[in-house]
Structure formats: structure tokens, C-alpha cells
Write a new protein. Structure first.
Length: 392
């Protein structure tokens, strides 16, 4: 994945990943080996385990997380990667199961038919028993564990001198462990996109793109299913391999199965500046229609997402990072329901010490704050942890 794609994907990463311990990034390590095995152990505290608006349960958390990554060039033109991570969380005050197991598995296959014609296939599978980002407005202290499988495919080939075409596809499946949440939120989201870019300069490309999305709910789909078409233009610009800028802007036309259709602006902008080794600035802004956790009262949400993160190498052995995301949104009420405005802020700080090859010691603080016109959707959550990772 290019630095540009990493910047665009960061908004999704900050929204929640069971394998991560902090919102702020942890420095990546390059072991220079095909097979890398890692084990992370940590202790921490969670002030609101289920993300409840009232009746919060705070608890100590002990985590053990082994995993591996295997990267291999199968031929001069074909690359394969596989990764798996197990996360075991032990809680001292959790009602019901006190030991939860989460799983994260990733497969990637990329093949270059020529220097400019490439296909890239990725599959990410996750079972999150202790989600980082919790659902707003669900019943008090509800189990929000879920399964998610996402497949991404991309095929890129030249169309003419300076013109390149891209076909992209994505299919994401969501299944929740709790029966009531499953009836409301289990769904499949399918996306197909066609894009063409023109090399205005060697380091800058102008882009036009069309996307089509279908959202199909497992239960009561006749009242919740949606179909969207997107049309957008933009540009990608890379300066001296240190500064990367990308932007898309356009419109989304959404057809709702049993509700009024809607037209909304769509935008995604991001930038990354690598100003020193292991040091970078990353930021972005996006606006779109998104699914909501309360499908009985709301069709979807008009959400503005802004994020910023900085990772700075304080010294050869110490790296600090800070991340903040801001999401003002307006939940779009169904017929007879009023819209609800709310704002969510997620922030994280991580300090990492690298005592020697294969070792990493880090401490993190994550804070979630959601304010809403609906008192049941208010969230206050703070998590703190300290741990160590050993790579082999």
C-alpha cells in the first residue's frame, strides 16, 4: 500500500480495530525477514467498558496478544502476505465472560502483469470481542462484539499515454454477537468503482471517479436497504517523496428502500508529510453519508470527519505520537422522527521506548467523548495502558 493509500485509510483505522491498543500510532519496525512473530503483553484500565451513557462499568484489563506476519515474493512479479493476531483480554469487573478472545487475519496477493498493469487483492477478517470504538445509543452494558470480513480488489492498467484506468471493488460483511444488535445491524456493503487519472506532471495526477454502493441488511432489509452512486473529481500530488496530498470532491445520490432519497456532497482530503526518519504529520477531512447504530429511528448520518496525527522521534530510542479525530454529525430521522445532532472526539497519546532490537515498550492514553441531543447517545470513556512487545 502506498503512502497515499495509507493516508486515505487512516480514517477507517481510527474508527476501530480490535488488534490495536491505541489511537495514536506506534512506530513500525522492519525486521528484514519473511516471517515475523510478535508477542505483546499489557496492563491497563477502561473507565467505560461497554460505552454506556449511564451505569458505566470501569475495570482493569490484562492483555496478551501473540501474532505473526509472513511476506514472500512468490515470483519476480507476484507478492503474497499473510498475517494473524490473537488478542486475549482479561477483565476483573466484566459481567459474564471475563476472558475475551479477539482475532485478526489478513491476506494479500499482488501480481504485476507488466510494469504498469497490476492487480492487488486484500482480505481482512476480524472478530472483535472488545471493540475500541463502541456503538452509541444501544442498551446499557450490551455486548457489542462483532465479526467483520472485508475484501478489497484493485486492477490498474494504462489506457493511453499519460492516462491510467483503475477498477476497484470492496465487499464488507458485518455480523454482531448480540441477537438484538444483529437483527438491527447485520449487513453487507458492496462497492464498485471506476477511475481514470491523467498525469498532468510526473508528480501530479488529475482524477475522475465513479462509485456505486449497495447496502443490504440481513433483517428488515426492506426498510433499511440503500443504494448510492458517487461522481467525483480530484488530484493526487507527491512532492519529493516527503509530502503527499490527495483530494476528491463530488456528489452522492442515495436511494433508500422505504424512505425519501437524498443528495449529499462527498469529499475526502488527506495529506502526509514525512519530515524526518520515523517522524511524520498526517491529516485529513471527509464528508459523507454513513450508517448509524440506531436503524429503527434513523436512516443514516451526515458526518464530517477531521483527523490529525503526528509521530515524532524524540531520540534514537524514544518515539512520541498524538492523534485526534473530530466528527460532527447529524442523524437523519425516519419519517416522523426528528434529526439529532452530535459530536464525537477521539484522541490518543502514545510514548514508545525502543531499548534494543526486537523490543518495544509503550504507554498509551485514549479518550472518547460524544455529546448528543439524545442523552442516551452521550459517551465518556478513558483507557490507559502500558505494555511491551517482543519481535522474533
Amino acid at each position: 500500500m502506498s503512502r497515499l493509500q495509507c493516508a486515505l485509510a487512516f480514517i477507517l483505522l481510527i474508527a476501530g480495530n480490535a488488534a490495536r491498543a491505541a489511537y495514536a500510532p506506534v512506530p513500525e519496525s522492519d525486521e528484514g525477514k519473511d516471517l515475523i512473530v510478535k508477542v505483546r503483553a499489557s496492563v491497563g484500565h477502561d473507565s467505560n467498558l461497554f460505552g454506556a451513557a449511564a451505569g458505566a462499568i470501569d475495570t482493569a484489563v490484562v492483555t496478551l496478544a501473540p501474532g505473526f506476519t509472513w511476506n514472500r515474493s512468490l515470483t519476480e512479479q507476484t507478492f503474497f502476505s499473510a498475517a494473524y493476531g490473537l488478542t486475549l483480554d482479561r477483565f476483573d469487573r466484566r459481567p459474564g465472560d471475563k476472558l475475551l478472545d479477539s482475532h485478526d487475519a489478513n491476506l494479500r496477493l499482488a501480481h504485476a502483469f507488466s510494469q504498469a498493469t497490476v492487480i492487488d487483492l486484500n482480505n481482512a477478517f476480524m472478530i472483535a470481542r472488545n471493540p475500541e470504538s463502541l456503538l452509541a445509543g444501544v442498551k446499557v452494558n450490551a455486548d457489542q462484539s462483532f465479526l467483520r470480513n472485508q475484501f478489497d480488489g484493485r486492477f490498474t492498467t494504462p489506457l493511453a499515454p499519460k492516462f491510467t484506468g483503475t477498477v476497484k471493488a470492496r465487499s464488507a460483511l458485518y455480523q454482531y454477537r448480540d441477537r438484538d444488535l444483529g437483527r438491527a445491524l447485520d449487513r453487507t456493503e458492496n462497492l464498485l468503482g471506476l477511475a481514470a487519472d491523467y498525469a498532468v506532471l510526473p508528480e501530479m495526477k488529475a482524477v475522475a471517479e465513479y462509485r456505486h454502493q449497495d447496502i443490504w441488511y440481513t433483517k428488515l432489509g426492506e426498510t433499511k436497504n440503500k443504494r448510492s452512486d458517487y461522481l467525483m473529481v480530484g488530484a493526487d500530488h507527491e512532492l519529493a517523496r516527503k509530502l503527499t496530498l490527495s483530494g476528491r470532491a463530488g456528489l452522492e445520490w442515495r436511494s433508500r428502500r422505504s424512505e425519501r432519497s437524498a443528495t449529499a456532497p462527498y469529499a475526502e482530503f488527506s495529506g502526509r508529510y514525512a519530515y524526518a526518519p520515523r517522524s511524520f504529520l498526517l491529516g485529513g477531512l471527509g464528508y459523507s453519508l454513513e450508517e448509524t447504530s440506531d436503524t429503527a429511528r434513523f436512516n443514516d448520518s451526515r458526518a464530517l470527519r477531521a483527523f490529525a496525527t503526528v509521530q515524532h522521534a524524540v531520540s534514537a530510542l524514544i518515539v512520541a505520537s498524538v492523534s485526534v479525530s473530530l466528527e460532527p454529525s447529524s442523524l437523519q430521522g425516519r419519517r416522523g422522527q426528528a434529526d439529532v445532532d452530535e459530536t464525537t472526539v477521539r484522541s490518543g497519546v502514545t510514548l514508545t521506548y525502543l531499548p534494543g532490537p526486537g523490543w518495544m515498550i509503550s504507554g498509551s492514553l485514549d479518550v472518547d467523548r460524544s455529546d448528543s441531543d439524545d442523552p442516551a447517545r452521550i459517551l465518556r470513556r478513558t483507557r490507559i495502558s502500558i505494555g511491551a512487545t517482543r519481535s522474533f
